[in-house]
Design a protein around this ligand. Sequence first.
Ligand code: FES
Ligand code: FES
Length: 152
Amino acid sequence: MVSLTVNGVVREVDAEPDTPLLWVIREQLGLTGTKYGCGIAQCGACTVIVDGAATRSCSLPVSSFTPEQKIVTIEGLSPDASHPVQKAWLEIDVPQCGYCQTGQIMAAAALLQSNPNPTDDEIAAEMTNICRCGTYNRIKTAIKLAAGSNHG
Ligand code: FES
Ligand code: FES
């Protein structure tokens, strides 16, 4: 058994120690908002936030997490989808097919948590998630909007 704190709740899961966190999130916990893309820490579709940092859950074994670490998935980002990043995503209408967007939103939320007012260059440097549909410009605009919301 592995003990994880996901979206503020301690969960006991029956998983092999080398099982990627992503599989546990999706299959054991049923939180399917987090997506599988490449499986090799390249695309960012599987991004969750762990202790405030954007983390690619496909490439870290569940045994590398402790119950003290706070894992947040898209389902736990805000109780009513009112996180500034989620609101900005809606306002700018960022998604195209949508597949990458969970990871993009989580990466953006982590970025704004550590850097509430990022420059274009900082956004480009930190937002390394891949979008096959090419929504990068709208993502940048939405991050700027969310940053403004953060500052009132
Ligand atoms: S699925 Fe994890 S980075 Fe692509
Ligand atoms: S919206 Fe389609 S992959 Fe990003």
